[in-house]
Design a protein. Structure first.
Length: 253
């Protein structure tokens, strides 16, 4: 760990809609790698909902956490195809991603809905990772900081989060799955702005909330990104699908 911090960085792997039973071997390999070569980081995998229960069983007693990629705010009900935070927890998840840009963009999820999902996560005892990120048009218009700080303020259930573990992920939409990343200066500027909001909303607690960077993180760029002062971890999509790549990223923390 190259930075002075009391909070261990979080290395989170978002498998998205990838992974059948055989992929549990990748999760086992991640857990084994973390056991033998422990990074100075927390490591978590967010598989598709169909694998959560079996992955949680497969990794029981090990240090790699399992999380959901999304949840619905309600506890239960007539919501065909959806999964509640309680169901994720019941399946063995301890964390959940809310407000990923593929949900905000693909399903029209608003900040208010993301806030309700984060609240549901807390109700179920899950640690939420609340995602924010600007589009390319917004960045080109010079509005990136305004957009992400606005999303953050409107997506956090502040009273419910006081004293609770949670993380924020800054994921520029144009960097997800594209191989493009912002400059290190741009990452740091975004994280600084998000940190300022967190401290304003949560005082001392806000200084310790991990702010993850996400968007085309790979074993080559991870060390530089993780060395930025306000980067408290990474949210990794494509490069989390292979245990060797994901472990190489975790080793940079
Ligand atoms: C993501 O899905 O959150 C992500 C950052 O994807 P990728 O690493 O593939 O850009």
């Amino acid at each position: 760990m190259s930075k002075l911090t009391t909070v261990r960085p979080l290395i989170a792997g978002n498998w998205k809609m990838n992974g059948l039973t055989a992929a549990l071997d990748e999760a086992r390999a991640v857990a084994a790698g973390v056991e033998t070569d422990p990074p100075g980081a927390r490591v978590a995998i967010f598989p598709p909902a169909t694998l959560i229960h079996r992955m949680a069983d497969a990794l029981a007693g090990q240090t790699v956490a399992v999380g959901g990629q999304d949840c619905r705010p309600e506890v239960s009900g007539a919501f065909t195809g959806d999964t509640s935070a309680e169901m994720l927890a019941d399946a063995g998840a301890t964390m959940v991603i809310v407000g990923h840009s593929e949900r905000r963009g693909g399903y029209g999820e608003t900040d208010a809905l993301v806030l309700a999902k984060a609240q549901a996560a807390l109700r179920a005892g899950l640690e939420p990772i609340v995602c924010v990120g600007e589009s390319l048009e917004q960045r080109d218009a010079g509005r990136a900081i305004e957009v992400i700080t606005g999303q953050l303020r409107a997506s956090l259930p502040v009273d419910a989060l006081k004293g609770e573990a949670f993380a924020v992920a800054y994921e520029p939409v144009w960097a997800i799955g594209t191989g493009r990343t912002p400059t290190l200066n741009d990452i740091e500027a975004a994280h600084d702005a998000l940190r300022t909001v967190l401290i304003e909303l949560f005082s001392d607690q806000g200084a310790g909330v991990p702010i993850l960077y996400g968007g085309s993180v790979n074993p080559k760029n991870a060390a530089d990104i993780l060395s930025q002062k306000e980067v408290g971890g990474v949210l990794v999509g494509g490069a989390s699908l292979k245990a060797a790549d994901f472990l190489a990223i975790a080793a940079r923390a």
